[in-house]
Ligand binder design. Structure first.
Ligand code: F6P
Length: 359
């Protein structure tokens, strides 16, 4: 048996722990393992396919990033390809990918990725490539699994930032607006904001009214709390308004969400008269050492993916449905993206403890 592993989309802390667990589990069954570099680029002659041995995965469980590298511009069904005149066109190179996997004698592939990579895995599987998925994203927006690895690390990074911002905001009687990642979901903002006792949390699932945000800040001010912390998800938007986008995306890349934090800070300062500062936490949330929770979850996913291959669960992905790791059809996870439920107890408790969602 020869299996391959690919990591696609944005990286997330814990990817290396999945790779390590999968490689060791497979080798201990007597299987061979290959690593496809940079998403599927290794199978399309644009990067390498490398052997993964016990030695290649030694000492990597605690490392952020992915030893296989990754890309969020590598969809084989619309692969950005440069023409001699310098322009870029998107070409369907999936047949080439399948042929290359066959030529290399790959019997099964573990595709580790978020909703985009899982959708690609499903399409490749439908074309006859035996694939098992492993859900990954710091955004926690994949359905069918209670959480994805990477999310806990991102929340902890945001939490540390909120803790640090609290002390400086309080010293200066300032409002500080912190923008965190999450694309169209507000999980990172919600979880870090509640754990970090933010005063306002703005998420895409609950469009905000700027005046309500300012009311909260001013009511704190009147009560003698002259500083406020506003945690805003990059995909949050005002009632009747739209999501803020950053620049232009490169060919093959999804739209880039974010950049609302500084304009929001300026508006808050104008309306409240309070000195306001902003900070975009950005890719710090994606880097660094995965938390113990993420390392364990990633390791469990890696082991479970190899068991899923042994059971020929093609087109399935591993998922956490506590306390168990289960295997569900990828299409079930893709049916609808996971979003914050405004009636979830985390939101209710945040409201009950005085946090405003600006609504
Ligand atoms: O999906 C993970 C994520 O980090 C999002 O939270 C964020 O919007 C996006 O990826 C950033 O992507 P890039 O690394 O391409 O800027």
């Amino acid at each position: 048996m020869r299996i391959a592993i690919s990591t696609g989309g944005g990286d997330a802390p814990g990817l290396n722990a999945v790779i390590r667990a999968a490689v060791l589990s497979a080798i201990n069954r007597g299987w061979e393992v290959l690593g496809i570099k940079r998403g599927y680029a290794g199978l399309m002659g644009e990067d390498e396919v490398i052997p993964l041995t016990k030695d290649s995965v030694r000492g990597i469980a605690h490392l952020g990033g992915t030893i296989l590298r990754t890309t969020n511009r590598g969809n084989p069904f619309c692969y950005p390809t440069r023409r001699p005149d310098g322009t870029t066109v998107e070409i369907d190179r999936s047949d080439e990918l399948l042929a290359s996997a066959k030529r290399l004698g790959i019997d099964a592939t573990i595709s580790i990725g978020g909703d985009g990579s899982l959708a690609i895995a499903k399409r490749l599987c439908d074309k006859g490539m035996p694939i098992v998925g492993v859900p990954k994203t710091i955004d926690n927006d994949v359905s069918g699994t209670i959480t994805t690895f990477g999310f806990d690390t991102a929340v902890n990074t945001a939490l540390e930032a909120i803790d640090r911002l609290h002390t400086t905001a309080e010293s200066h009687d300032r409002v500080i607006v912190l923008e965190v990642m999450g694309r169209d979901s507000g999980f990172i903002a919600l979880h870090s904001g509640l754990a970090g006792t933010a005063d306002v949390i703005l998420i895409p699932e609950i469009p905000y009214d700027l005046h309500r945000v300012c009311d909260k800040i001013m009511s704190r001010d009147r009560a003698g709390r002259h500083f406020s912390i506003v945690v805003v998800a990059e995909g949050a938007f005002p009632k009747g308004g739209s999501v803020s986008l950053i620049g232009e995306s490169l060919p093959g890349q999804a739209r880039r969400v974010g950049g609302l934090c500084e304009p929001l800070a300026r508006e808050i300062q104008q309306l409240t008269g309070k000195e306001t500062r902003s900070l975009v936490l950005g890719h710090l949330q994606r880097g660094g050492v995965p938390t113990g929770y993420d390392r364990l979850l990633a390791t469990r996913f890696g082991g479970a993916a190899v068991r899923a291959i042994a059971s020929e669960k093609w087109g399935h992905m591993v998922a956490l449905q506590s306390p168990h790791i289960v295997c569900i059809p990828i299409e079930e996870a893709l049916r609808a993206p996971k979003r914050v439920d405004p009636n979830h107890d985390v939101v209710l408790t945040a409201r009950a403890t005085g946090i405003s969602f600006g609504d």
